[in-house]
Design a protein around this ligand. Sequence first.
Ligand code: PMP
Length: 429
Amino acid sequence: MVELKLGTDLLARARAALPGGVSSPVRAFGAVEGDPPFVVRGQGASLFDAQGREHIDLVCSWGPLILGHAHPAVLDAVQRALRDGLTFGATCAAEVELAERVLKRYPFAERVRFTSSGTEATMGALRLARGATGRDRVVKFDGCYHGHFDALLVKGGSGLATFGTPSSAGVPQATTAMTDVLPLDDEHAARALFAQKGSEIALVVIEPMPANAGLLLQRQAFLETLSELCSEHGALLMFDEVISGFRVAPGGMTERSGITPDLVAVGKILGGGMPVGAFLGPAQLMEQLAPNGPVYHAGTLSGNPVAMAAGMATLDTLEQPGTYERLEQLGAHLQRGWEAALVASGTPGSVARMGSVLWLCLQEGETPRAFHRIEAAGAERYGQMHARLLEQRVWMAPSAYEVAFVYTAHDEAQLDRAAAALAQALSAP
Ligand code: PMP
């Protein structure tokens, strides 16, 4: 079959040209059975592979595509923007407009600095926090991922956990000597660290909805404790909302929790599928960035006009009445379907969910809230199940530590098919 040859050839060529055949490691199917199919097209909630097969997509490009693939409003906006050119190297009107839309959704903040990725957003924000406080120490949480830069590439969840690497080679110890890692869901450990080093801590960074090591939903009281500890000790608090921003509410977890952090990092949905990140906060803090302040941060393609257009169209479409309610309904529908599949197949497990973000947790007992409570056996079960799901054209992340997303483009019938496929995949001997 000609198409099959195309797929096979592409995989061999990819592996010869790209390390591991990929540009980002978890895509490589290292922790699941089989080879990754090549995607040639996305439409709505479907992905089409090089062999012409249609898959129900629950990966959502790992978070950015909340409206579905090739959404007409986003494509129109991009097409209109690109007629005027791809990049100007000067501030453009779209940048101002997108920043205003972001500030409307995050009213605690007064300034936005755009970047080209989530990694750059958290990296810039950490430098700003250190510059503003005159302190060096940063606190992160085991299982939370904040991008692939040195200072925060410690115990970072999925990409690292999938391959059993606690951290990365090539990160000098001196770089992470100022990074402390705490367990999630543990006020006692946070208090103990602050008692010891509170006056040295520049920043506490957390995914307020940790979604890079399964979905480790945190208690409100835990997030509040962090906020209080930071205030007491003069440290800054950053919510990394690269996944939760614009997804779990227009103002993400900041809105849902009612807690006011000092900084927020966003990305993914903000670019509607184009490479965009941003960090935001009050003027007094953000104006310490260059050119007004001493903290340097820059980017050749930051605030790119085409990417800004994709982000605006995405946020505007999300703002239409009933959109978040619909995402909640669809998320709840898939959760019920998955729970029924677990019961029907007699598989120990549970489903964690917040809005349109779901995690299938294949272990007994309560759904964990901390990384060290995730059992390795679940990952093995997931690896086998993943291949069977793919055979039934259900596209889930090739890692037990990744969450699934639903789109506004999904419908109940597709989600029922995805749940039925799961029941079958889990029942197979
Ligand atoms: N923070 C969080 C919470 C993320 O999930 C990610 C990416 N998955 C990042 C930061 C880094 O974003 P990017 O991959 O765009 O650099």
